[in-house]
Design a protein around this ligand. Structure first.
Ligand code: MLT
Length: 410
């Protein structure tokens, strides 16, 4: 008899965005005429930049010629891309990285989901709440979560609530933790941490021998000067933090797939006897067994982002989505809702009106305005009573959706 991994039975039946898809599909079947505007999953709508397409095509052409054809690529990714990442994403911030500290991958989602594999099963994991569900669910699948209590919290995890009451800034954990997932600019609340607030976490991790898993997938959306773009801007963060970045949201790679993860050589973990091991080497060891790299044309496409033209084009993409964010924020404020995020992030986090629960508000918007968002509770128990709207839509749809919501009476 084949036994399943019973940890999977501890998961909610559906991944949040799959659940939304099911509900929208059902609604659309029953209401084929409805012009539904999707502002749920943070999926981009603008095409890839021209500079990206040019390099993408170039890469494809090279694969068709005997002289330039490529088989398996280097495990960590091609140096031509890693070099650009180091020189253009990190050096301007005063951060020096070694070529062996950057790992090109097919997404920040798989990397943030897989990273827990290199840590002991007894590691205590802390997550902000609400949180990108991948961090929680990957640890549940691995067996670190235990049962879910009636508040919707896994008893094996440490939850750090982020709500209106604390301005969405998580408090340091009250009990010792080993792994801390932080995502800034935050998904889903759209809020950011200042340098001082982030430094508090780095200090905590240094004092408590913890590792911070820092998801910076939305870094390109930071507009305010003094907000840190990388955790390594904080002194000695390389001793305690792994950083995840992605080309999905800044350059429209959600369907193309390319990202990278930085694992500094300073990072150390221990075996049960207290012997130190390099986390960089462990992550490399994992990926040599489980991964054969991102395709050559896709890495070429990602290289295109770093050309002068590519840099201009991605700035324009971000500007476009941030204009939508401003429209959403303003429209929702105008109808009297409490609105967060949307300033340094493409996500707008709304307190639902009249204490409606998240799914109730979801149903209301779907049924009455044909607008889809994401119920806050889908990101964790502290998300109950909140709702996320993404700015990743066309300007036209954003305006239309806001007009429809503004015409509702709550
Ligand atoms: C989201 O909507 O939270 C994101 O699109 C999910 C993701 O990037 O995987």
């Amino acid at each position: 008899m084949v036994q399943i991994n019973e940890n999977y039975l501890l998961l909610k039946s559906n991944y949040i965005f799959a659940e939304i898809d099911d509900r929208v599909e059902k609604y659309q079947k029953e209401n084929p005429e409805a012009d539904v505007i999707r502002m749920g999953i943070g999926d981009v709508t603008k095409p890839l930049p021209k500079a990206v397409i040019r390099e993408f095509k170039h890469g494809v052409d090279e694969m068709g010629q005997a002289e330039t054809f490529k088989g398996y690529g280097p495990y960590r990714g091609y140096d031509f891309l890693i070099g650009e990442i180091i020189n253009k994403d990190y050096l301007p911030l005063g951060i020096k990285l070694d070529i062996e500290e950057v790992f090109v991958s097919e997404g920040a989602k798989p990397d943030t989901g897989n990273i827990q594999e290199i840590f002991g099963i007894d590691s205590v994991v802390a997550v902000t709440d609400p949180v990108y569900p991948v961090y929680v669910e990957s640890n549940i699948m691995a067996g670190r979560g235990g049962l879910m209590d009636e508040d919707g919290k896994y008893e094996g995890l440490v939850y750090l609530p982020c709500t209106e009451e604390n301005d969405f800034i998580p408090e340091l954990p009250e009990t010792p933790v080993d792994l801390i997932y932080l995502c800034y600019p935050n998904n889903p609340t759209g809020t950011v941490l200042t340098r001082e607030q982030l430094a508090k976490w780095v200090n905590y991790a240094r004092e408590n021998n913890s590792i911070i898993l820092f998801d910076a997938a939305y870094e390109a959306y930071i507009q305010e000067e003094d907000i840190p773009r990388s955790i390594y801007e904080i002194e000695r963060a390389k001793e305690v933090a792994i950083e995840f970045r992605s080309f999905s949201k800044n350059a429209g790679f959600t369907g193309t797939r390319c990202a990278y993860t930085v694992v500094p050589k300073e990072l150390i973990g221990f075996d049960t006897s207290g012997n130190p091991y390099s986390l960089n080497e462990l992550w490399f060891r994992r990926l040599t067994t489980k991964f054969n790299g991102v395709s050559y044309p896709v890495q070429m496409a990602a290289k295109g982002i770093y050309s002068e033209e590519g840099q201009k084009e991605i700035k324009e993409l971000v500007r476009y989505y941030m204009e939508n964010a401003a429209i959403i924020k303003e429209s929702m404020e105008k109808i009297g809702l409490n609105v967060y995020g949307g300033v340094n992030s493409p996500y707008i986090w709304i307190k639902t009106p009249n204490n409606m629960d998240s799914w109730e508000f979801f149903d209301l918007l779907l049924n009455e305005a044909n607008v889809v968002g994401t119920p806050g509770v889908g990101f964790g128990p502290s998300g109950e009573g909140y709702f996320r709207i993404t700015a990743f839509n066309t300007l036209e749809n954003t305006k239309k959706a806001m007009e429809r919501i503004s015409n509702l009476s709550f």
